[in-house]
Design a protein around this ligand. Sequence first.
Ligand code: IDP
Ligand code: MG
Length: 137
Amino acid sequence: MATEKILILIKPDGVKRGLAGEVLARIERKGYTLENIAWHAATPEKLAAHYAEHVEKPFYPSLVEYMSSGPIVAAVFSGDSVIAGVRSLAGSTDPTTAAPGTIRGDFGRDWGTGNIENIIHASDSPESAEREIAVWF
Ligand code: IDP
Ligand code: MG
């Protein structure tokens, strides 16, 4: 099977808290290859394309507010099974209960904002990765 790619975003909370290097380093140290990286300010249009599966959800307006609250870093990594591997490094969605040792479990918490601020986005399938890479690169 061809080597897989994943799109990750270091979300505004991750950038603001100075965790961009830490997040990238964890993925690099796992052995995946950094293919591309860019600094972005999210726009409503880019977020709607990126989060296509969530635009109709009740939390979407607050997700847009959170994702627009500061700059983000977008990066593409490659490697066999990179999607499963990076999602495992990221941890589960809710940072309060994400496993210790994961990015969300080690660095995320509930800040009482009503948003789930969890530092990193990671594509969940090869199809999502392809669509999301086209949004940011
Ligand atoms: P994932 O990032 O672990 O793949 P998804 O369910 O795809 O989780 O949700 C995308 C992002 O939307 C989450 O990372 C989180 O920031 C936010 N989110 C998901 N569910 C909720 C919710 O119920 N309330 C507020 N924000 C949410
Ligand atoms: Mg998701």
